[in-house]
Ligand binder design. Structure first.
Ligand SMILES: CC(C)(COP(=O)(O)OP(=O)(O)OC[C@H]1O[C@@H](n2cnc3c(N)ncnc32)[C@H](O)[C@@H]1OP(=O)(O)O)[C@@H](O)C(=O)NCCC(=O)NCCS
Length: 172
């Protein structure tokens, strides 16, 4: 299970089921790339951990990442920044859960956060045999929820189109 690092501080929303979370921590020197900023792979790991926490919290199941969609690195992140990773469930299929994740960074001395990365990431709940298993339905409540659900459905369609295209060139 990808969610394991004790340094993460999870704040669960007070809901019947956990559908969003925010992780906060400092960007560590070990995450530095050759340009002295946070490595993109480290940011993707944070995103996967926050998204997995939401998918597992929602479904109460072991979940695996099925796709990452529309990831955009808007700004580089300095080592020592205070990081906030906000993940929010925006769409459920039969066995899949789609989570919007926003990464923001601030200088801890002023606390002014700026968005650095956005993406949608999808998980599938699996049973003990590793087979996809049904998840509880997420029902959008607000106009913003509905817009985000539409956003997830568009990203899902794109992801499946990309997979179909890639299959032409993938080795068995
Ligand atoms: C994810 C996995 C369980 C799906 O198994 P599968 O037999 O291919 O699944 P299915 O075709 O039944 O699809 C399962 C769900 O994935 C979704 N899915 C499949 N391909 C997808 C794609 N390219 N993009 C987005 N979602 C996709 C389907 O829509 C379906 O969701 P739904 O039930 O809500 O409609 C399997 O591919 C797997 O184990 N992959 C490896 C996962 C992994 O190792 N992740 C990294 C570490 S956590």
């Amino acid at each position: 299970m990808p969610v394991c690092a004790a340094r993460y501080f999870l704040q669960w929303a007070a809901m019947e089921r956990q559908h969003e979370t925010t992780l906060r921590f400092f960007a560590q020197p070990i995450e530095q790339n050759s340009l002295g900023k946070v490595h993109g792979g480290a940011v993707m790991k944070w995103i996967d951990e926050a998204g997995a926490a939401v998918a597992i919290g929602w479904s109460g199941r072991i979940c695996v990442t099925v796709y990452v969609g529309g990831i955009r690195f808007v700004k580089p992140i300095s080592i020592g920044s205070l990081i906030e990773v906000h993940a929010r469930l925006i769409y459920t299929g039969r066995t899949s859960m789609h989570v919007a994740v926003d990464v923001r960074a601030s200088d801890p001395r002023d606390g002014n956060y700026a968005q650095t990365t956005h993406c949608i990431i999808g998980y599938v709940a699996i049973d003990d045999a590793g087979q996809p298993i049904e998840v509880p339905k997420w029902a959008p409540k607000t106009p913003e929820d509905l817009a985000l659900q539409q956003h997830a459905m568009s990203a899902l369609t794109l992801s499946k189109d990309i997979e179909a295209e890639m299959r032409r060139y993938m080795r068995d």
